[in-house]
Design a binder for this molecule. Structure first.
Ligand code: HEC
Length: 190
């Protein structure tokens, strides 16, 4: 009798295990990329990227002639593991996310010289590496990336509509480095 019960328990445990396993696996698949893309391919600015992402580097866009300092300051962040993967493989990996924040500046004499600082956030450029051509009909995806711009104030709604016209032309000089201006990011160097 005891034996019978324990056999029954064992097979019950087994069937629970088989019941539970696929559910876990499914949850994992859904959660794994902590994805900034929904099923339709719509992106959003990743929450908390300033603390959970790695800082890659900054760009200073000079003010027009006759004016001092920088007109804009851009800072770029990469999702966790993107830097390690890049250093190992010499390229970004599927699912890696890059965020570039765009600030207008204030410029003033300081004790170090004439100095520009970030003042007004204009918005974010976001890219996600996509090796699988996941959204072939979506105009914000292609050439190995999802591409989007977000105005400051709405991290969920992209206002760019077509990466060919809104993004890619300007990124042609970086085509050989997978469309990314890697020269600005010291942490990617070995
Ligand atoms: C006016 C030209 C221009 C346009 C338009 C443009 N980019 Fe860029 N982008 C650049 C340049 C140049 C850099 C690096 C230097 C800088 O930030 O000034 C850059 C950097 C970036 C970065 C940081 C990673 C990198 O490539 O170094 C991201 C992310 C990015 N752009 C995404 C986008 C997306 C997405 C769009 C379209 C919605 C877009 N860009 C449109 C010129 C442009």
């Amino acid at each position: 009798m005891i034996r019978k019960v324990s056999v029954a328990m064992a097979s019950l445990a087994l069937s629970i295990a088989t019941l539970v396993a696929p559910v876990n696996a499914k949850e994992k698949v859904a959660a794994a990329p902590a994805s900034i893309a929904d099923a339709s391919g719509a992106l959003h600015v990743p929450e908390g990227y300033r603390t959970s992402y790695d800082y890659l580097g900054s760009w200073s866009v000079a003010a027009p002639k006759g004016k001092d300092g920088a007109a804009q300051i851009h800072s770029v962040y990469a999702s966790p593991k993107a830097v390690d993967g890049y250093k190992k493989n010499g390229k970004f990996s599927d699912g890696d996310v890059l965020v570039k924040e765009v600030y207008e500046t204030g410029t003033a004499p300081m004790t170090t010289g004439i100095v520009s600082h970030s003042e007004k956030l204009m918005g974010w450029f976001v890219m996600i590496k996509d090796e699988k051509n996941s959204h072939p009909g979506n105009k914000l995806w292609g050439d190995g990336w999802g591409w989007s711009w977000f105005d400051a104030g709405d991290t969920k709604k992209t206002t760019s509509t077509d990466y060919h016209t809104d993004c890619q032309g300007c990124h042609v000089p970086a085509k050989d480095t997978d469309w990314i201006y890697v020269q600005g990011y010291p942490v990617l160097r070995k």
